[in-house]
Every structure is written in C-alpha cells, then in structure tokens.
Design a binder for this molecule. Sequence first.
Ligand code: FES
Length: 108
Amino acid sequence: MKLKTKDICIKVLTGDEELQLQTYTHEYRNLMMLLFDKIYLEDFGECKGMGKCCTCMIEIIESESEISSLGRNEEANMQKAGVVNSKQRLSCQILVSEELHNATIKII
Ligand code: FES
C-alpha cells in the first residue's frame, strides 16, 4: 500500500533569519529531524528525539490548524525546564503532518 503524501510549507524564524522550508508528510520522523537536517543548528536536538533534553524547543507563532497536543512526557519535561508558554513545544514531539502546513515557528 502506498502512503499518501502532501506538500508542507513551514516558515522558520531563527535569529535574524526567516526561512521557508518545504517537506511532505512522512519525509521526516518529526519536526526536530526536519529542522536538524535542513538548518545548521548547533546544540539542537541533543537527545535525538527522546524528549529528554529540551534543546529542540520551538515556539509556534502561527498555524492554520491545531498542532497535536502535548504528550505526557513532553508536558512533564517542559515543566521541569520551567516553560510556561503553551505555544512553546519540543519539536521532536511534533509529527511532520499537514497540521504544520503554512505554520510559522520560531527556534528558541
Ligand atoms: S531532541 Fe531532546 S527533547 Fe527533543
């Protein structure tokens, strides 16, 4: 069975730069892997998606769709890291799906 894919465009704000990334569903395991692969980010995603290091933090500035809600581990680790802004997320816990199409995210 062939998986259906859909093009996804994401605007990424990093420091003074604004980048447009293009991907498609199932190209990457999660948003952290997409950012890690397409943008050189030092010390980003150190635990490679285990949800433990909190170095893959992003802020969802704008999105047309509701981005999947916090997983239990993500919520606990964000609290440990002192994060109180509900728009901040661990990018390794966000799937690359149509929900991200036309979203604007900021790398923290
Ligand atoms: S890569 Fe470590 S928490 Fe996301």
